[in-house]
Design a protein around this ligand. Sequence first.
Ligand code: ZN
Length: 101
Amino acid sequence: MTSINVMGVPYTLELVDVVDDQDDTIIGRVVFEEQKIQVRSSMGPEAVRATVLHELIHAIDNECNLGRNGHLPEAIVSRVASSLFITLALNPSLAKRLFDV
Ligand SMILES: [Zn+2]
């Protein structure tokens, strides 16, 4: 379990065997009431990282009210997450420069 500071709010990141026992297509989610991000651990490392980033955007949306009158649409979160993940993956020196503090 890892702690993540999301805009001043502590979230926990949990890599779990099963995210949703009613729906095995769910690979990640944010439990907003518990400030918890859960991601399926059985995926490859790149899929785990991409899913963590996706769920992190949901958490940021929740804390910053990006969607104004509710959460951002899933399609927007998916596009932002995947384009950001790909851009950072294609530019590792940029990612290092941005985050190597
Ligand atoms: Zn999502």
